[in-house]
Design a protein around this ligand. Structure first.
Ligand SMILES: Cc1cc2nc3c(=O)[nH]c(=O)nc-3n(C[C@H](O)[C@H](O)[C@H](O)COP(=O)(O)OP(=O)(O)OC[C@H]3O[C@@H](n4cnc5c(N)ncnc54)[C@H](O)[C@@H]3O)c2cc1C
Length: 368
């Protein structure tokens, strides 16, 4: 396994649970890249999910999450921060309200929990909302949950070790070792070779660089900046999401505001312009946050995929190599289904979901 973010850890976890011996190699410290930086909310009901493969994938993972967290809890006392907090998605125009109501209708028909609230109901539920905010109503998703990514990663890493996975940090993989077109292992930057009949590439925003054959996946970094605030009393219970910014209340009087989407290459520095954008958004949604203490800010690199689906499966031209990357904005949510699907593929078991839409080479095929 190459990469110790949530995706590499999840695939290692499920492989080990199925009895496969796994060594996980992480270039730096475990879980310190995109996975650590994430807001950590878990939802499959947003506007980007129409009926189709993405909805099926995100819904399957969402439905697995609570059970997975419970299973992790049986292996380690470490807390994941899992919390079913609910989410209020606020419509700020007539067009957004119409789309939201249409979505509520088909989602209710499909049996998903969702409720439409008119503007007056939204304002009485969330009295702190900015007076200038053009609230046209909101969708309430009571089942939406969140984890605290740094805690989730600590707990998952511990559970993965307990399952018998060997985890090596400060172990940068420099390349794939092969005989003909078959993988036989990897070589570390220091020259050490590690033999393995199967190599899974879960290297996040760096995945396309691992071997020439991996370049068929156009994964690139998409920066996200978050600001963390501390408040005397929580300004809202639910997650508040709108086109003017998203606010993620935590259980310990912390509130995360974010995240930006910045196409700026591998820059992970927190820039003043990004912080200004987030601060303006937070104050427009909840003006009382003006008294909040700034507790911190950070940025991470989401592994972007060209069609908002991850690349999961065998790497063409390199037998024994698999990819598990490109989870873009949903890698925390998609971790368990990714672990299950990769395990099924590697053990040649029937897949839980159709794999074709997730195929590694689909970007090249769609270009014709
Ligand atoms: C600001 C922000 C907010 C987000 N919010 C959410 C959210 O609310 N919900 C959600 O589901 N998702 C969210 N995401 C997306 C989510 O964080 C990512 O999709 C997910 O973390 C990707 O996980 P990963 O393991 O593929 O990548 P990473 O966490 O980046 O891990 C990849 C790992 O591979 C290692 N690596 C790279 N190259 C090598 C090599 N050659 N050898 C060894 N190791 C290597 C890296 O060091 C890294 O640790 C957010 C992301 C950001 C940045």
């Amino acid at each position: 396994m190459v990469g110790g973010g949530i995706v590499g850890l999840a695939v290692a976890y499920f492989l080990a649970r199925a009895g496969v011996g796994v060594t996980l190699l992480e270039r730096g410290a475990l879980g310190r890249e995109a996975s650590w930086a994430a807001a950590g909310y878990l939802s499959f009901q947003g506007s980007s999910n129409k009926p189709g493969p993405r909805l099926e994938l995100t819904r399957a993972s969402f439905e697995m999450y609570e059970g997975w967290v419970r299973e992790i809890g049986e292996l380690t006392p470490a807390d994941t921060g899992f919390w079913r907090c609910g989410l209020l998605e606020i419509a700020l125009s007539g067009a957004e309200a119409a789309e939201a109501q249409a979505r509520a209708a088909w989602q209710r028909k499909a049996g998903y929990a969702v409720e439409w609230l008119d503007a007056a109901a939204v304002r009485s539920r969330e009295p702190g909302l900015g007076a200038e905010l053009p609230v046209h109503g909101a969708l309430l998703f009571p089942g939406v949950a969140q984890v605290r990514p740094p805690r989730m990663l600590r707990a998952l890493a511990e559970a993965t070790r307990r399952r018998g996975v060997q985890i090596r940090e400060q172990a940068p993989v420099a390349g794939i070792v092969r005989e003909g077109d078959r993988v036989t292992g990897v070589v570390l930057a220091g020259g050490e070779t590690i033999a393995a009949p199967v190599v899974v590439n879960a290297a996040g925003s760096w995945a396309s660089q691992l071997a020439p054959e991996m370049a068929v996946m156009p994964v690139k970094p998409m920066k996200g900046t978050v600001v963390l605030l501390e408040v005397a009393t929580p300004p809202t219970r639910e997650l508040l999401v709108s086109e003017r910014g998203s606010i993620y209340p935590r259980t310990d009087n912390k509130v995360a505001v974010g995240a930006t989407v910045e196409d700026v290459g591998y820059d992970k520095e927190v820039r003043l312009g990004s912080v200004r954008t987030l601060v303006n958004q937070a104050l427009a949604v909840l003006p009382e946050l003006t008294d909040a203490r700034v507790a911190g800010s950070w940025a991470g690199l989401r592994p972007y995929s060209h069609d908002n689906l991850p690349y999961l499966g065998p790497v063409p031209g390199l037998r024994g190599a698999y990819a598990a990357t490109g989870h873009y904005r949903s890698g925390i949510l998609l971790a368990p289904i990714t672990g299950v699907l990769l395990t099924e593929m590697i053990l040649q078991k029937p897949p839980t979901l159709p794999l074709e839409p997730l195929a590694v080479a689909r970007a090249a095929r769609s270009e014709g």
